[in-house]
Design a protein around this ligand. Structure first.
Ligand code: NAD
Length: 295
């Protein structure tokens, strides 16, 4: 299948590479020339613009930071919806507001273009390994059209409901992830302040009732887990500012439906303070710095 892939960052880069390796004809583009060069070096054809990437494409996959980027890519002046042929399929895997996904799906339907929201979980490790979890919003029929592509990038594909439902599932998951990373960080910091070996403590909690995904795959303390972003200077991974965006989306949604999300609100404020401290570009597990002595 001829696929355009837009957004080649920490997640989009390895996802595009997996589609290319699976034998699809991928034409990729990112505003960052460094991101383009990384993919070009791995054999993925790079277009000179988003419009160039979608020329003749049967499907588009996008992996952009936030709602405003997705709106301007597809709906803005000269947006991609106006350039795609009727019958094309759009898979937006960015984590954005559910309302924006619904707006995009409606604008697509008006032009005969199928749009699904398909945000992911699994981190950069899952993107590289092709084991992501996709949470899809849209029609059953459009999900079935997308499935052969999603299967090349992920291991679990869930149909959450109609347009926007994938995004709602994603912000519920990420609100929980944001909370548990803060909780895991403060527990490790407490143990370390009491002289415990962080590796021993992490292993005790991982195998006890406090066990969770952060302790399994993403320990926030440098040196505990070799492959976690914490051990690589908190580079790559999932940026603090992206987690802050997701927790903001969760709070906006909670306000709209009058849900009580006190821990989600507190977690958003902690990541906001961490970002204000100059750590917005670091992986979100660096939030442990809030609980450590400086220096
Ligand atoms: P990133 O910042 O590493 O990559 C985003 C890329 O989009 C950048 O390279 C940027 O240059 C590019 N971009 C922005 N606007 C563009 C445009 N108009 N045209 C072309 N390229 C454009 O972000 P990421 O970590 O890859 O995350 C992407 C999305 O996936 C976000 O919505 C994030 O919340 C979500 N997500 C991230 C992770 C993770 O672990 N990093 C996990 C799950 C979901």
């Amino acid at each position: 299948m001829k696929i355009a892939f837009i957004g080649l960052g920490n997640m989009g880069g390895p996802m595009a590479l997996n589609l290319h390796k699976a034998g699809h004809s991928v034409s990729a583009f990112d505003l960052s020339s460094a991101a383009c060069e990384t993919l070009r070096a791995q054999g993925v054809p790079i277009a000179d613009s988003a419009a160039g990437a979608v020329a003749g494409a049967e499907a588009v996959v996008s992996m952009l930071p936030a709602s405003q980027h997705v709106e301007s890519l597809y709906l803005g002046e000269g947006g991609l919806l106006a350039k795609l042929a009727p019958g094309a399929l759009v898979i937006d895997s960015s984590t954005i507001a559910a309302g924006t996904s619904r707006k995009l799906a409606e604008a697509g339907a008006a032009r005969g273009i199928a749009v699904i929201d398909a945000p992911v979980s699994g981190g950069t490790g899952g993107a590289i390994a092709g084991t992501l979890t996709f949470m899809v919003g849209g029609s059953e029929a459009d999900l079935e059209r997308a499935r052969p592509l999603l299967e090349k990038m992920g291991a679990n594909i869930f149909h959450a409901g109609g347009a926007g439902a994938g995004q709602t599932a994603k912000i519920c998951n990420n609100m929980l992830l944001g909370i548990l990373m803060v909780g895991t960080s403060e527990a490790i910091a407490l143990g370390v302040a009491n002289g415990l070996d962080p590796k021993v403590l992490s292993e005790i909690m991982r195998r006890s009732s406090g066990g969770n995904w952060a302790l399994e795959k993403y320990n926030p303390l440098p040196g505990v887990m070799e492959n976690a972003p914490a051990s690589k200077g908190y580079a790559g991974g999932f940026g603090t500012d992206l987690m802050l965006k997701d927790l903001g989306l969760a709070q906006e949604n909670a306000t709209a439906v009058k849900a009580a999300t006190p821990l989600g609100g507190m977690a958003r404020n902690l990541y906001a303070a961490h970002s204000l401290g100059g750590h917005g570009a670091l992986d979100f597990s660096s939030v442990i710095k809030l609980f450590q002595k400086a220096g």
